[in-house]
Design a protein around this ligand. Structure first.
Ligand code: TXA
Ligand code: MG
Length: 312
C-alpha cells in the first residue's frame, strides 16, 4: 500500500515498520527509539538476531552524537561521499543504541542516504534503522512492487520509484588505523582513493567464521531458481541466460538482459529485478554470463552473483 511522506513519518513515530526508498535498495524502516519496532524488523524479515542493522540519519552531527571517540578521516569521507551509498562502522556509546539494533556489538553502522524523499523523511523522524526490504536471504528490493511481493500488498511503502543504484551501500570499517571495505557495494574501491590517499583493501570475503560484517555469514540475494555461473556458452545450447544486451548468446537461449555491458551502472540497477523475475516466471535454472571484467561496479555485481548462486 503506497503511503504519503506525512503518513510515513506518522507511522514510524508511532512505532510501526514501513518500507522506505533509498538510492541503493528499499529499506524496512523503524525508529531507532522504538525497540519493539526494531525487533519487529527481525521478525518480518526472518533475520538472525546476531545480524545488526544500519542506522540512517540526515546529518553528520547526528552521527557524532553516538560516537565514543574521534575517528580519523571520518570528516573527509563524510564530506566527499555523504549523502550517498557509503556505510561506516564506528565505535559508539553503547547505551545510546539498543542492543537489538547493534546485535550487542560495541559498534554501529551509519549511513546518510542520498534519495531526496528519504532525507526529507529522516529530517522529520530522526534516526531510522533500515535493513534491505526483502525476506532474509532473498534478492533485495529496488521498487515498491518488489517490497509488496515479499511483504504483501497491504504493507505500507513510501514510493520513491526505482532505486537508481540498485546495489547496497559499500560498508567501510577501520582496521589498525586504515579503512577497509567489509562489504562491496554501490561505491567501488576506486571512489575512496582520492579521499583517503590510498586504495582501501577489500577484506577477506565470507570464508572466516567470524567476519567483520556479520551479514557475510548468511546466504544472500538468492532466488529460488538455481544459478549456474559460466564463463563460456560453448557447450550450452538452450536455456535461460542472465547476460548483457550487447553480447550474443546461443540462438535457442532465452535472454534476461541486465542491460549493456558498455554501461555497467544499468546492469547494477537491474540485477535484483532480473533475479526476482526468474522466480516470477518460474524458471528453475539460469546460466549467468560471468565473462566480464571485474573492475569498478562490476566487481560488486560479480560478488552479488556469486553469493546469489551459492548453496550455503
Ligand atoms: O544500501 C544499504 O546499505 C541498504 C539500504 C536500505 O540502506 N541497507 C542494507 O542493510 O543493505 P542490510 O541490513 O541488508 O545490510 C547491512 C549489513 C549487514 O551485513 C550487517 O551485518 C552489517 O551491515 N552491519 C551492520 N552493523 C554492523 C556492525 N556494527 N559491524 C559490522 N557490520 C555491520
Ligand atoms: Mg540485506
Amino acid at each position: 500500500m503506497r503511503i504519503s511522506l506525512e503518513k510515513a513519518s506518522e507511522l514510524l513515530k508511532s512505532g510501526n515498520v514501513i518500507a522506505v526508498p533509498t538510492e541503493t535498495v528499499y529499506g524496512l524502516a523503524a525508529s531507532l527509539d522504538c525497540p519493539e519496532a526494531v525487533q519487529k524488523i527481525f521478525h518480518l524479515k526472518g533475520r538472525p538476531s546476531n545480524n545488526p542493522l544500519i542506522i540512517h540519519v540526515a546529518h553528520l552531527k547526528d552521527v557524532f552524537f553516538f560516537l565514543q571517540d574521534h575517528i580519523s578521516d571520518l570528516d573527509i569521507l563524510a564530506r566527499d561521499l555523504w549523502p550517498g551509498p557509503m556505510t561506516l562502522i564506528l565505535p559508539i556509546k553503547c547505551k545510546l543504541v539498543s542492543s537489538v539494533a547493534r546485535a550487542d556489538l560495541p559498534t554501529a553502522a551509519f549511513r546518510i542516504p542520498q534519495h531526496p524523499l528519504t532525507l526529507e523523511l529522516l529530517k522529520k523522524t530522526g534516526p531510522l534503522v533500515m535493513p534491505s526490504a526483502n525476506l532474509s536471504g532473498r534478492p533485495s528490493s529496488t521498487s515498491p512492487e518488489h517490497v509488496e511481493n515479499d511483504f504483501g500488498s497491504h504493507f505500507p511503502v513510501l514510493d520513491g520509484g526505482k532505486s537508481s543504484q540498485g546495489l547496497e551501500s559499500t560498508i567501510m570499517m577501520q582496521q589498525k588505523g586504515r579503512w577497509e571495505i567489509i562489504r562491496e557495494g554501490a561505491l567501488s574501491q576506486d571512489h575512496f582513493e582520492k579521499s583517503l590517499g590510498y586504495l582501501p583493501k577489500i577484506s577477506e570475503k565470507s570464508s572466516s567464521p567470524n567476519p567483520l560484517c556479520p551479514g557475510q555469514l548468511y546466504r544472500h540475494y538468492a532466488p529460488a531458481a538455481e544459478l549456474k555461473l559460466v564463463h563460456s556458452f560453448e557447450n550450452i545450447e538452450e536455456g535461460v541466460v542472465i547476460g548483457f544486451s550487447d553480447k550474443t548468446y546461443p540462438s535457442k537461449c532465452h535472454l534476461l538482459s541486465l542491460g549493456p555491458l558498455a554501461d555497467p551502472s544499468i546492469a547494477a540497477a537491474n540485477l535484483y529485478d532480473i533475479l526476482r523475475r526468474l522466480d516470477q516466471e518460474r524458471h528453475p535454472l539460469a546460466y549467468v554470463d560471468m565473462n566480464f571484467p571485474k573492475n569498478g561496479i562490476l566487481s560488486t555485481l560479480a560478488e552479488r552473483l556469486q553469493k546469489a548462486a551459492a548453496k550455503l
